[in-house]
Design a protein around this ligand. Structure first.
Ligand code: 13P
Length: 292
């Protein structure tokens, strides 16, 4: 089916107590594996891209991969732009076929962040796509963005309300103690803050830094309003490790299709695990019938 807008999908997730898994795609094989994993579970899925991945490939290539995979599948698929502060890049995504865009101006003071986010809201409205924006600073490394622990700022629920009221977001990214990349030690997630932000904003929350969180953390975050959960680092590792493992196990096999198939299967298994954990199973057709 055609790609779907993220806004109604995340409302459905929040209303029905599940979260849509959002994976940072690497190449066509990973896109195909995401959509297939979702299809096998009758679940919605978000294929997302960082700006770095778009710079490596191109807008056109990525749109054609995700559209091809989605159009051959009955489940709802979103193509979303992850953290980006380049407004020209954001607009080009909306123009070329992304069905959701993110502005991350969280490094700027509140008013400047809001002003930039409003410009992106106008773009989202113009192209009728979903939108995510961020307030507070999430720790860790996400592609070219690095936030040290000392610079990370947890999101204040009252500021969150002001921000969300002005923007009408599909997803609100905020800092609640999670971090991009692998955790060093036990993550300290502020569940009360998630609940307070959600009560104040009534906006589906995007939980960033999904790699390394426990099943219990996911369940508690979803119960408090996290409707989109991002996974990137875990995929990068499975993508590389499955390739290396195959070659180590069969060092004389130089048939690339067998090798990329082993990688595809490992990535698909990873995606299925998260989709199930987040409660996405059987929500694909349920969402589509609610939309009718
Ligand atoms: P991880 O790399 O920790 O999985 O976080 C992904 C993310 O939040 C992308 O925005």
């Amino acid at each position: 089916m055609p790609l779907v807008n993220m806004k109604p999908l995340l409302r459905d997730a929040m209303d029905n107590n599940y979260a849509v898994a959002a994976f940072n795609l690497v190449d066509y094989g990973t896109v195909k594996a995401m959509v297939k994993a979702a299809e096998e579970l009758n679940a919605p899925v978000i294929c997302q891209t960082s700006s770095k991945t778009i710079d490596y490939w191109s807008h056109e290539e990525i749109v054609s991969w995700v559209r091809t995979a989605a159009e051959n599948s009955p489940v709802p698929v979103v193509l979303h732009l992850d953290h980006c502060k380049d407004i020209a890049m954001i607009e080009k995504c909306a123009q070329t076929g992304w069905t959701s865009i993110m502005i991350d101006a969280s490094e700027f003071p509140f008013e400047e962040n809001l002003e930039m986010s409003k410009r992106v809201r106008d773009i989202a409205e113009k192209y009728n796509v979903g939108m995510e924006a961020e307030l507070g600073q999430i720790m860790g490394v996400e592609d070219d963005m690095v936030v040290d622990e000392a610079d990370s700022v947890l999101t204040d629920p009252e500021d969150a309300k002001k921000f969300c009221d002005a923007l009408d977001l599909s997803a609100f990214a905020c800092a609640v103690g999670t971090a991009h990349g692998f955790y060093h030690g036990e993550p300290v997630v502020d569940f009360d803050r998630i609940a307070a932000i959600n009560a104040a904003t009534k906006t589906p929350m995007a939980l960033h830094g999904g790699t390394g969180l426990s099943d219990e953390t996911f369940a508690k975050a979803i119960a408090r309003g996290s409707a989109k959960i991002n996974i990137s680092t875990n995929l990068k590792h499975v993508f590389v490790q499955s390739f290396v493992d195959y070659h180590n196990a069969k060092p004389k096999d130089f048939e690339p299709l067998r090798l990329i198939d082993a990688q595809y299967t490992a990535c698909k298994d990873l995606f299925s695990g998260f989709i199930e954990k987040f409660g996405g199973k059987d929500r694909g057709s349920a969402f589509l019938s609610n939309m009718k």
